[in-house]
Design a protein around this ligand. Structure first.
Ligand code: 13P
Length: 253
């Protein structure tokens, strides 16, 4: 059985002291890492302290982006080497906000996914369609193309260890969640795409999260679907109580 992976994506929210309050309230309350993976992806300035504070607990810390180069003249960027040295274990890549607002292409996302594996970070690769694409019946083709381009050139083992987050853009921050059937239909499709692209085993192993207005009230229904192995959560991951309810929902005994 694939272990569920619940990740909060704080985006550009919280102050340092608010981040610390959250960590103190959650780090000893999350279920054991053998039952569910509980991750908070926080802004860069908070990462070092959060990693230090959560050592020895089941709460893992991730970043929300990174550059693909190890170092160099890239003003304002953060490298995989820096994240790894801090003790960060996951990195969100290709989030729709990075693709749309910061014009990240599939090629850049692919370079970042390679860089993550080269530095021992687990990538959480985001894919998903716009409302226009959904209405034009392009969802499956678009997501297939994003998945294949993101995973291009990886080994089968790396693909098996990738986390893919299916986040329909029209459901992000809108309160409009995909129905669990809509979400599962695309996650099943992604698993099939990975199976054909890499191997049947990789398709079975890869973990696929759903993201888009996930909250304690709808998480059980989403996680009960056959091909949804977790959630990538924005707004509802900001409060400790709400985050703890989400990770509890992902728990397998
Ligand atoms: P919301 O949960 O706020 O809709 O955000 C989803 C998201 O973009 C997570 O990466």
């Amino acid at each position: 059985m694939r272990k569920q992976v619940i990740a909060g994506n704080w985006k550009m929210n919280k102050t340092h002291s608010e981040a610390n309050e959250f960590v103190q309230a959650t780090k000893n309350e999350v279920p054991s890492a053998s039952a569910v993976e509980s991750i908070v992806c926080a802004p860069f300035p908070f990462l070092q302290k959060m990693v230090e504070e959560t050592k020895g607990t089941s709460l893992e810390i991730g970043a929300q982006n990174m550059h693909f180069e190890e170092s160099g003249a890239f003003t304002g960027e953060v490298s995989p080497v820096m994240l790894k040295e801090l003790g960060v274990t996951y990195v969100v890549l290709g989030h729709s906000e990075r693709r749309e607002i910061f014009e990240e292409t599939d090629e850049v996302v692919n370079k970042k996914v390679h860089a993550a594996f080269n530095h021992g970070l687990t990538p959480i690769v985001c894919v998903g369609e716009t409302l226009d694409q959904r209405e034009a019946d392009q969802t499956m083709d678009h997501v297939k193309s994003q998945v294949k381009k993101a995973l291009e050139g990886l080994t089968v083992e790396q693909i098996s260890n990738t986390i893919i987050a299916y986040e329909p853009i029209w459901a992000i921050g809108t309160g409009r969640t995909a129905t669990s059937e809509q979400a599962n239909e695309v996650c099943t499709h992604i698993r099939k795409v990975v199976g054909e692209f890499a191997s049947t085993e990789a398709g079975e192993a890869v973990r696929i999260q759903y993201g888009g207005s996930v909250k304690p009230a709808n998480v059980d229904e989403l996680l009960s679907q056959s091909d949804i192995d977790g959630a990538l959560v924005g707004g509802a991951s900001l409060e400790a109580d709400s985050f703890l309810k989400l990770v509890e929902a992902g728990k397998h005994e």
